[in-house]
Design a protein around this ligand. Structure first.
Ligand code: PLP
Length: 485
């Protein structure tokens, strides 16, 4: 594709855009149990109006755009009070959970550089259930992730295991509230005590739970303290584009005080242009996401959020009870919020996911890791709560159908081949060959994914990672006449 020689008619170009999205997952349907946190059309419209109102304002310089400064200070104040911080708690608005976590790790690294300059190779201790973004932060910032196993039944980190992993190079401890994969909350109070004892920073990843859990507590749920109420917690991340229902591109990173936050910041005077001072990774950025989030927080208010939370809680309980009644399935751990995972010893869950897809549902596949089992994940969102009965009925049917399906032969054949590959030494050629064998051509995935998932599941993680990169590398290719994607 090239830039058209002549400008297009707006009707025609919007028609093209509509056509482009015909195959997208329908987020408004409520049948997509992941990716979307949709609180309905009214909330959506409020967000859109505020977002487009500030679309063109530049968040690069708060002295030129005081509206950006005001909106961000408002949002950080609301977030800090929601997580029971005192007047010293400060923070930043970021583009998402990943950016918040990268900045939390940068803060810890640069704080350690200042306070413990003897450390050459900094390490962070992560429960293996910690979000993948910590691994990304580690790669980008040269902070080594030290993975610690979690309890095999509760999926919570074992604090004594964390303590064993602390070395003279440790700069940061991490806990999740809750973890994405299993929806369970790590013992934050105990982790915080450990952080104080060893004079370490502790980041609480409350990207998905920080906003909703306080409402669950108000509804009478037994939510353990995970926020600034706990001495020893030094930073918390909380996404607004999840359970605060803001448009994507909205998260907050909070720090215990300004003295810690300054290590998050970047400034540069070593170039001939304008003096650069950045609070986050991005420099030029739209004020739209900030204004959108601000508007939704004000539109819904505490009572609006509480009402949605009650609905989510009831739906999640119902789904958990329903899954527990399907003999072939087991819920993993005891989910404490709206995220849950289930596995099976009697049926191939990858087939179950395919069967659910045929019935119009999207459920997320999670591969086995660190001695665990492959499983399926559901995130309950506001637009999904009306579907609990239908979901459970179709799940039951899908399990029955999947039981009759035999595992594909290809997976077991490839498994033997894969077992022979020592580490991440798979050549690009053999990788391509393998991908075409399982039906991936030109980056197009087959309708049924069970075989591919079985293969990915049996690979060592390093090989799986290179296969996934290869897949994306083939998927993102400039549009040409033959390949019209
Ligand atoms: C979603 C999530 C993240 C990553 O956030 P993005 O907004 O996808 O970048 C990190 N941690 C947890 C627990 C999450 O649920």
């Amino acid at each position: 594709m090239q830039i058209p020689d002549h400008g297009m008619d707006r009707t025609a170009l919007f028609a093209m855009l509509e056509e482009y999205r015909v195959n997208d997952a329908n987020w408004r349907s409520g049948k997509v149990w992941g990716y979307v946190y949709d609180a309905g059309e009214e909330v959506d419209n409020i967000c859109k109006q505020a977002y487009t109102m500030f679309l063109t304002e530049n968040g690069l310089d708060p002295t030129v755009y005081p509206s950006q400064l005001r909106l961000e200070n408002d949002i950080v104040a609301m977030a800090a009070s929601h997580l029971r911080g005192d007047k010293d708690v400060v923070g930043s608005f970021t583009s998402g959970g990943t950016e918040s976590l990268i900045l939390a790790v940068k803060t810890a690294r640069d704080y350690a550089r200042a306070m413990r300059p003897q450390i050459q190779n900094p390490e962070m201790v992560l429960p293996y259930t910690a979000h993948a973004s910590f691994h990304k932060a580690g790669q980008l910032l040269n902070v080594k992730p030290v993975l610690v196993p979690v309890d095999k039944t509760s999926f919570k980190v074992q604090v004594d295991e964390i303590e064993k992993a602390i070395t003279a190079d440790t700069i940061l401890l991490v806990g999740s509230a809750p973890s994405y994969a299993h929806g369970v909350i790590d013992p934050i109070e105990q982790l915080a005590a450990l952080a104080i004892k060893h004079k370490l920073l502790l980041h609480v990843d409350a990207c998905i739970g920080g906003f909703l859990l306080p409402y669950f507590r108000l509804l009478g749920e037994n939510v353990p303290d995970f926020d600034f109420q706990v001495p020893g917690v030094t930073s918390i991340s909380m996404d607004l584009h999840k359970y605060a229902y803001a448009a994507k591109g909205a998260s907050v990173l909070l720090h215990r005080n300004k003295n810690l936050r300054k290590y998050q910041y970047f400034s540069c005077a070593k170039w001939p242009g304008y003096s650069v001072i950045n609070s986050t990774l991005q420099s030029t950025k739209s004020v739209g996401p900030l204004a959108g989030a601000w508007a939704v927080l004000h539109f819904l208010g505490k009572d609006g959020y509480l009402q949605i939370a009650a609905d989510l809680l009831a739906a999640t309980r119902k789904i958990i009870a329903g899954i527990e009644q399907i003999a072939e399935l087991q819920i993993l751990g005891s989910p404490q919020m709206t995220l849950l995972a289930f596995s099976s010893d009697k049926v191939d869950v990858f087939h179950v996911a395919d069967e659910m897809k045929e019935r119009g549902w999207y459920v997320q596949v999670q591969l086995a890791f660190s001695g665990g089992k492959q499983n399926l994940h559901l995130s309950v969102g506001p637009s999904s709560t009306k579907w609990t009965d239908d979901l459970l009925a179709d799940l039951k049917e899908s399990v029955a159908k999947a039981k009759k399906l035999k595992p594909g032969g290809l997976a077991s054949k490839l498994k033997q081949t894969l077992a022979k590959i020592a580490s991440s030494t798979m050549s690009e050629e053999s990788m391509l060959q393998m991908m075409s064998m399982v039906g991936i051509t030109d980056g197009q995935l087959p309708e049924r994914m069970a075989e591919i998932n079985t293969i990915l599941n049996s690979m060592p993680p390093e090989i799986c990672e290179s296969v996934l990169i290869q897949f994306f590398n083939d998927l993102y290719v400039p549009t040409n006449k033959i390949n019209r994607r």
